[in-house]
Design a protein around this ligand. Structure first.
Ligand code: CO
Length: 198
């Protein structure tokens, strides 16, 4: 059986190096997590939340799914948002998409992808909302733009959740950000910076 021994080896090296720099790091974290950021991003292996923004364990609460979609009835994502906002009292929610997103690309063609087509339907909805603009574009440019528009729409969905609306109603400091990541050079771009707050 393949036991992935090298990953345990990597893990030990990683934990040792952190402990060497900061002997009480894990002990401290085990008592409390107090992140200020909730990251909602794509599952794509090239877009790992902590690494991209260079934050240590404990500093970012993470939810990832295919094409960073926030669906009004997705209990998984809604529970993450509720816990982050109401219990952790995070200050920033970042919806981060990325260029070259396979989910976005797949939503633009009519091939049969099986079960995942039900999920990609949410991105098709975004396409329909922006049909006029997208119909002017083709190929990579079209995918590129839909990656951006999808972030904008998902930011709207986050803003419409009961957890976020209640936080704003209660005068809490909570900002929503729409970012996009370029997998070709590792650089993040701000598409829309937190205009919404109470
Ligand atoms: Co993706």
């Amino acid at each position: 059986m393949e036991t992935l021994e090298h990953l345990f080896h990597n893990n030990k090296k990683w934990a040792d190096s952190i402990t060497q720099q900061d002997p009480s790091f894990f002990q401290r974290l085990s008592n409390l997590q107090k992140p200020e950021i909730l990251w909602i991003g794509c599952s794509d292996s090239r877009v790992p939340a902590n690494e991209i923004i260079d934050l240590a364990p404990g500093e970012v609460f993470v939810h990832r799914n295919i094409a960073n979609v926030v669906v009004h009835s997705d209990l998984n994502c809604l529970s993450v948002i509720q816990y982050a906002v109401e219990v952790l009292k995070i200050k920033h929610i970042i919806v981060c998409g990325h260029y070259g997103c396979g989910g976005i690309e797949a939503s633009l063609n009519d091939q049969d992808h099986g079960l995942i087509d039900n999920w990609l339907g949410h991105i098709k909805d975004v396409s329909r909302l922006h049909q006029a603009e997208l119909s002017e574009l083709t190929g990579k440019e079209k995918v590129h733009r839909l990656c951006e528009l999808n972030v904008v729409e998902q930011v709207n969905h986050v803003s419409d959740t009961t957890s976020v609306k209640n936080a704003w109603k209660n005068g809490e400091e909570l900002y929503i950000h729409g970012w996009i990541y370029n997998i070709e050079n590792g650089i993040l771009h701000d598409l829309m910076s937190s205009p919404k707050s109470s």
